[in-house]
Design a protein around this ligand. Structure first.
Ligand SMILES: Nc1ncnc2c1ncn2[C@@H]1O[C@H](COP(=O)(O)OP(=O)(O)OP(=O)(O)O)[C@@H](O)[C@H]1O
Ligand SMILES: [Mg+2]
Length: 225
């Protein structure tokens, strides 16, 4: 059985601005097996978001390949990429990116509806997830009507609704206080226990403790810690 979910190799990323070329990643390799919780540590500006965007097909590398679920996604067009992302990947961003005009329940159900799941099943699944993360009672509120910590839990519920093969999290506790950070770490700890495959990037050593494998991104290269 092939339990390698992600195999990225030789990833480089250079941004080309008007008068400047900015080399951010210089030959990064990353393999992630099923059930692993990988944490990538690095200071601000080290390229964590850039790397996360490359391995999840949100952006394309200047060089290198990304094989996700046995498929080289670097060769896919944008339409195919967005289908793979919706079906097989879940995203939790630093700033939740919830849709402000939709309720929490609708936000969580939306990726399932886009995926062709019936409305009754999508809403049932969405409510189960909100309940699981202790925010079922907030289901009819708009994202602006709940706290930052609750919003991040809604974002995790949304990331989970299509049972993704992999969850990508970009500094998910970035703007939370200690209590909400701990609550979110409990949620990630629960996902780890149930064998979910996760890649999380952060600048925080404290958060990195939740991982089963920790790497450090420095000067465009990735090393095991
Ligand atoms: N679209 C872009 N065009 C030009 N440079 C960019 C672009 N996006 C990022 N960069 C540069 O690439 C470097 C890495 O950025 P990135 O956002 O990946 O860092 P990060 O580790 O996620 O930082 P943070 O912890 O602050 O979120 C930075 O120097 C940034 O200025
Ligand atoms: Mg970032």
């Amino acid at each position: 059985m092939n339990d390698m979910i992600l195999d990225a190799s030789g990833l480089s990323k250079t941004y080309f601005l008007k008068n400047e070329t900015i080399g951010v990643l210089h030959g990064v390799d990353l393999k992630v097996k099923k059930g692993r919780f990988v944490v990538i540590l690095g200071p601000s500006g080290s390229g964590k978001s850039t790397l996360l965007h490359l391995i999840s097909g949100l952006d394309r590398p200047t060089q290198g390949t990304v094989v996700f679920d046995s498929v080289d996604i670097t060769s896919h067009d944008d339409v195919r990429l967005s289908q793979i992302r919706n079906k097989k990947m879940g995203f939790v961003f630093q700033f939740h990116h919830l849709l402000s005009e939709f309720s929490c329940l609708e936000n969580v159900a939306l990726p399932a509806l886009v995926n062709g799941v019936s409305p009754s099943s999508a809403y049932e699944k969405a409510l189960d997830l909100l309940d699981r993360f202790d925010i079922g009672d907030k289901k009819n509120r708009l994202p602006d009507e709940i706290s930052g910590g609750e919003r991040q839990r809604v974002a995790i519920a949304r990331a989970m609704v299509n049972d993704p093969l992999m969850i990508f999290a970009d500094e998910p506790t970035g703007n939370l206080d200690e209590g909400n950070t701990n609550k979110l770490l409990e949620v990630f700890g629960g996902l780890k226990k149930e064998g979910r495959t996760i890649v999380l990037v952060t600048h925080s050593l404290e958060i990195a403790k939740v991982g089963t494998e920790v790497y450090r991104l420095k000067e465009g290269r990735l090393d095991a810690v």
